[in-house]
Design a protein. Structure first.
Length: 276
């Protein structure tokens, strides 16, 4: 049995009907020769007849056998003709009617809510009620002591300094430079060294009357600290700790009132030597 090669691209395959030429190539070459034969019969001057005949035969050969950049020469001629007669400028003119894509009329169709949409709406309504009544919210939501310690440990929000401190200040500050809290039983303050400079990274532990820690805070770059949630009513002891420094414990009362900002200063070197 004889074996014959199968072309890979069958859709563009053209059979060679006339020798090694396809039928299309044959007609292109024959057309160029036919035009040259007609010109030969015409009574034209030889300096016009022969160049035009040569050009006709050359055009037939190029159309049949000469591809340019992988494309037949006939495609380049058609592209050239289209480029000549195609407009190169397009002018926009305003019309009174808007495009069809902008004529969409909003419908009043109500989308059916899913169960998750209903739950989400209820949660948002609950949050709005909570934040609109902060005192009611804080009294209703009182997590356990262990939960509060885990969630607030070493999380101290940065308190924006007042406008008076926006210039280059000295490190000497008083408790008047610390903004007062907006809600009752919130504890704010600032930690300073013996010279009145800010102390960053001071660990502050707040314990209740039974000695159980209820808050753990850390001072920021300005020495400031603040509790994230209000304290329950009661008596508390605040202890500050930082390596190489010594602080006196402070006792404070939470009576459902605004607690004035407190200033904690490290003890003088002489006091530390005497106590040691």
């Amino acid at each position: 049995m004889d074996q014959h090669p199968v072309p890979q691209n069958i859709s563009s395959y053209e059979f060679h009907l006339v020798g090694d030429m396809t039928l299309k190539q044959f007609f292109q070459l024959a057309g160029g020769i036919a035009v040259a034969a007609v010109l030969y019969r015409l009574p034209l001057p030889f300096f016009i007849k022969w160049p035009v005949m040569a050009l006709s035969v050359l055009m037939g050969i190029m159309l049949a056998f000469v591809p340019v950049s992988g494309r037949p020469f006939s495609q380049w001629i058609m592209a050239f003709i289209k480029a000549i007669y195609s407009p190169t400028e397009f002018h926009w003119s305003e019309t009174s009617q808007p495009p069809a894509t902008m004529n969409h009329e909003p419908t009043n169709q109500i989308t059916k809510k899913t169960t998750l949409d209903v739950i989400e709406g209820q949660l948002f309504a609950r949050f709005s009620q909570i934040f609109s009544h902060p005192n009611l919210a804080f009294s209703a939501i009182q997590p356990s002591t262990e939960h509060r310690i885990l969630n607030t440990e070493y999380q101290t929000p940065v308190i924006k300094p007042p406008a008076a401190m926006n210039h280059e200040p000295s490190n000497q500050v008083t408790n008047n430079s610390i903004p007062s809290p907006d809600y009752p039983n919130l504890l704010t303050g600032q930690v300073l060294d013996s010279a009145g400079s800010y102390l960053e990274g001071v660990i502050l532990e707040l314990s209740d009357a039974a000695g159980v820690p209820v808050r753990a805070l850390r001072s920021n770059k300005l020495g400031q600290f603040m509790t994230a949630t209000p304290l329950p009513q009661g008596t508390y002891t605040l202890i500050a700790e930082k390596e190489g420094l010594q602080f006196s414990p402070l006792t404070l009362q939470a009576e459902n009132k605004i607690i004035s900002p407190i200033v904690i200063k490290a003890q003088l070197e002489s006091s530390r030597l005497v106590s040691s």
